[in-house]
Design a protein around this ligand. Structure first.
Ligand code: BGC
Length: 259
C-alpha cells in the first residue's frame, strides 16, 4: 500500500543548503529523481542569511523555471513554518530568521523552507528505502550533526530533533554524529558502539517499524550497520545525496497542493 499521494505537479525544484555547498536541481516527482543535472555552489562564508539567500537566488535563476514550479529549500535547523528556531551547526544569526520569506523575496517566488532531515526522510518514504512501509518510520541522518524525521503512515511529524536527545549526560550528536567519528578518529567498531547506545535509546522511546540511516556515511553502511544489535529493522537510505533536494521538492509540491 502506498501512502504517497501524487501531486498535481510533475516537477518541483529542490535546494539543499549544507555547510560546504548549496545544491539545487529540478525533480521529477513521479520518479523521485533529478530531471536535469544539479548545480552546486560553495556555501558563502560566513553563511549569513543574506549571503545564503543570494546563492539560493543564483541557483534558481540559472534554471529556466516556470513560475508555477514549487520550490523547496532544506536548512539544518528547526524550521517552524519556515522560521529557523535553532542553529546547532550554523551561523547563530539564523535564529529567528524567516527563511521562507527571505528566500521568497530573493527569488521573487514562493519558497517553502524545511528541516534538512525532514526533507531527506520524506524522500526516503516517498521514493526510497521506506517506500510503501506502513506505520512508523524513523529516518536518522548521520553527518555534522544527527538529524531525524518521523513519518507515520506517510505523514511527516516535523522537527523531531532526536539528534539532541540527552543520553548518558551528553547531547547525543556530540557523541555519535559522523563528524565525531572523524574528529575523534574512531574506527568503525568504536563508532558503532556509540551508535548502538543511540539507537537503543531511540528504539525504546519510539518503537518504529523501520529505521532508515541516511547522511553521506550511509554509503559505507556495510562497515557499521551489521555491527548494530537492535530489535528494529534498520536499513541504509537509498537516495543518498539526492535525498535533501528530492524531499524538499516533494514537500514544496505537497504544500502547494494543500493550499
Ligand atoms: C540540527 C537539526 C538538523 C541536524 C542535521 C542538528 O544539529 O539541530 O535541525 O536536522 O543537525 O543537520
Amino acid at each position: 500500500m502506498s501512502h504517497h499521494k501524487h501531486s498535481h505537479h510533475d516537477v518541483a525544484f529542490g535546494i539543499d543548503i549544507g555547510g560546504s555547498g548549496i545544491k539545487g536541481a529540478p525533480v521529477d516527482l513521479h520518479k523521485g529523481e533529478f530531471a536535469a543535472d544539479r548545480l552546486r555552489i560553495p556555501t558563502p562564508q560566513p553563511a549569513t542569511p543574506a549571503a545564503v539567500a543570494k546563492t539560493v537566488a543564483e541557483i534558481v535563476d540559472s534554471f529556466d523555471l516556470d513560475k508555477k514550479v514549487p520550490i523547496g529549500v532544506t536548512f539544518p535547523a528547526v524550521m517552524l513554518h519556515g522560521v529557523a528556531q535553532s542553529a546547532a551547526n550554523v551561523d547563530k544569526s539564523w535564529i529567528g530568521t524567516d527563511a521562507q520569506k527571505l528566500f521568497s523575496d530573493a527569488t521573487d517566488r514562493t519558497v517553502v523552507a524545511v528541516n534538512d532531515a525532514d526533507a531527506a526522510g520524506f524522500a526516503e518514504v516517498a521514493y526510497g528505502a521506506a517506500k510503501d512501509v506502513d506505520g512508523v518510520v524513523l529516518v536518522v541522518t548521520l553527518g555534522t550533526g544527527i538529524g531525524s524525521a518521523l513519518i507515520v503512515d506517510g505523514q511527516l511529524v516535523p522537527n523531531t530533533e532526536l539528534g539532541h536527545l540527552e543520553i548518558d549526560g551528553h547531547d547525543a550528536e556530540s557523541r555519535a554524529a559522523e563528524s565525531v567519528r572523524d574528529r575523534e578518529g574512531l574506527d568503525w567498531e568504536q563508532w558503532a558502539q556509540r551508535l548502538q547506545r543511540y539507537f537503543t535509546v531511540v528504539e525504546n522511546l519510539f518503537w518504529p517499524d523501520l529505521i532508515v540511516v541516511g547522511g553521506g556515511v550511509s554509503k559505507h553502511h556495510k562497515d557499521f550497520l551489521p555491527l548494530l544489535d537492535i530489535r528494529t529493522k534498520i536499513v541504509p537510505a537509498e537516495l543518498r545525496n539526492a535525498a535533501g533536494i528530492v524531499g524538499a521538492a516533494a514537500l514544496a509540491a505537497q504544500e502547494d497542493d494543500d493550499d
